[in-house]
Design a protein around this ligand. Structure first.
Ligand code: SAM
Length: 372
C-alpha cells in the first residue's frame, strides 16, 4: 500500500469513466504482454490519464520493477564537470547565449577528487555530465576515464557530454567508459526544431545515439515532459522511438523554465504525466534503468520517491563541488545545490528507505533479460 503522502492528486477527472478506463487498462495489459503498442495506442494512453488508470499502471509498474531489480535502487554520483556550452538550446539555463551564467570548468584534479569522495561514500558509478565544452577533446576525457577506472576496479563510468563523432565515442569506450547518456529530447523532427536553433540537428542527435549503441555502450536516451510545443502525438513518437531503439537507460523529467532562456514564460511539465510515462516505460522495458530525476524532486519535494513508486530504479545524487553546484542551473529552483556530498547520500538513503526500498552500493548495470 502506498502511504497517503506519496499519492498523486488528479484534478480534472470529468470523463466518461468506464469507457476510457477500460480501454486504457486493456492497452496497459497489452503493453505488458507484447511490450509494444502502436503510435495511436500510446497517444490514447497519454490523452486519457486519470486517477484510476494511474493507480492501475503504477502498481503494475512497481511489481514489474521489483521482479527485475528487487527493492534495490541504484546510486549514480553525478559530477557536473563544466557548464560551458557551445549550444543554444532554447530551454536550457547553461545555453551559450546566457550571459548571466557564471561559467566554470572543473580541473582534472577536481573531478578525480569528486570520484575519490564518492567512492569513499559507496558510489560505484560516476556520471560525468557537462555542456558541450570545446576543451573536452576526446583524449582529455579518455585520460580522466582511464585514471578513474585504473584506481577503482569496481566502478562504472557514465559520460553525458553531448554530441561527438563516432570515432571520438569509440575512443571513450576504449578508454573504459561504460555508459553514455544522450537524451534525444524529442523524437519528432519538427518539435526538435522548435526547441533548438538551426545550428543543431535532429538527425545528428539520432545518429549519435545509434553510433553509441553500435559501439557497445549501455546507452541512455530521454526527454523532458511538458517541453514547449510537446503534444500527445510527439509523446507517442517518443514512446515508440524508445520501444524500437531499446536503450539500456531512459531519463525523463519535467521541463522547468529558466528565467534567462527563450522559454522563460512557459509553464513547467506535469508531475503526474512524468510519473505516468515512467510507469509506461517500466512496463514497456522491464529491465531498463530509469532514474527518478532531480527535476522531479524540484517540482515536488517527494518527487524522487514518487518516481520510484511509479517504476524508476535509479537516483543520481550530486557529487559536484558545492562551490560550483548553483552554477549548473539548467532550470529555476534546482534542488540539492547547497549540500555536501555526504549529506546528499544520507538524505536520499533515508528517503528511499522510507518507501521500503534500499540504495544498492554496486555498479548497477543494465540486466540483460536473457542473462537473468
Ligand atoms: N550537454 C549534454 C547533452 O546535451 O546531452 C548533457 C547536459 S544537458 C544540460 C542535460 C539535460 O538537461 C538535457 O538533455 C535536457 O533534457 C535537460 N534540461 C536542460 N534544460 C532543462 C530544463 N529547463 N528543464 C528540464 N530539463 C532540462
Amino acid at each position: 500500500m502506498v502511504k497517503d503522502k506519496y499519492r498523486i492528486s488528479f484534478e480534472n477527472t470529468v470523463y466518461d469513466r468506464n469507457l476510457e478506463i477500460d480501454k486504457s487498462i486493456s492497452l496497459i495489459d497489452k503493453l505488458e504482454k507484447e511490450r509494444s503498442l502502436s503510435l495511436e495506442e500510446y497517444k490514447y494512453l497519454v490523452e486519457n490519464l486519470n486517477k484510476e488508470v494511474f493507480d492501475y499502471i503504477s502498481k503494475k509498474a512497481r511489481i514489474i520493477g521489483d521482479e527485475n531489480y528487487g527493492k534495490d535502487v541504484y546510486l549514480r554520483g553525478l559530477i557536473e564537470i563544466s557548464n560551458i556550452c557551445k549550444n543554444d538550446c532554447y530551454y536550457c539555463g547553461i545555453r551559450h547565449s546566457n550571459r548571466n551564467c557564471e561559467r566554470y570548468r572543473l580541473s582534472e584534479e577536481e573531478i578525480l577528487e569528486c570520484a575519490d569522495e564518492g567512492y569513499a561514500l559507496g558510489y560505484r558509478t560516476f556520471v560525468m555530465q557537462g555542456g558541450e565544452d570545446g576543451k573536452f577533446e576526446p583524449e582529455y576525457i579518455c585520460g580522466i576515464v582511464r585514471k578513474i577506472k585504473a584506481k577503482y576496479k569496481d566502478v562504472a563510468v557514465t559520460l553525458s557530454l553531448g554530441e561527438y563523432d563516432k570515432e571520438s565515442y569509440q575512443k571513450m569506450y576504449d578508454a573504459g567508459a561504460d555508459r553514455y547518456l544522450l537524451r534525444h529530447e524529442t523524437a519528432d523532427k519538427e518539435h526538435y526544431e522548435k526547441l533548438h536553433p538551426k545550428t543543431m540537428s535532429f538527425e545528428n542527435r539520432m545518429n549519435c545515439l545509434k553510433d553509441l549503441k553500435d559501439i557497445g555502450f549501455q546507452v541512455g536516451c530521454g526527454f523532458m515532459v511538458g517541453s514547449p510545443y510537446q503534444s500527445s502525438a510527439t509523446l507517442a513518437k517518443d514512446l515508440k522511438f524508445i520501444e524500437e531503439f531499446a536503450p539500456e537507460m531512459c531519463g525523463i523529467g519535467p521541463f522547468i523554465p529558466h528565467h534567462d532562456t527563450v522559454f522563460k514564460d512557459e509553464k513547467s511539465g506535469s508531475i503526474q504525466m512524468t510519473l505516468f510515462l515512467i510507469a509506461i516505460l517500466r512496463i514497456m522495458r522491464p529491465n531498463m534503468l530509469i532514474p527518478a530525476t532531480t527535476s522531479l524532486s524540484t517540482l515536488d519535494n517527494l518527487g524522487r520517491e514518487k518516481g520510484i513508486l511509479a517504476g524508476a530504479n535509479v537516483v543520481m545524487p550530486n557529487l559536484s563541488p558545492v562551490k560550483n553546484r548553483k552554477k549548473y542551473e539548467l532550470y529555476d529552483g534546482k534542488v540539492c545545490t547547497g549540500d555536501e556530498a555526504a549529506h546528499c547520500i544520507g538524505c536520499i538513503t533515508n528517503r528511499i528507505n522510507n518507501i521500503g526500498y534500499g540504495v544498492a552500493k554496486v555498479r548497477g548495470d543494465y540486466k540483460c533479460l536473457n542473462m537473468m
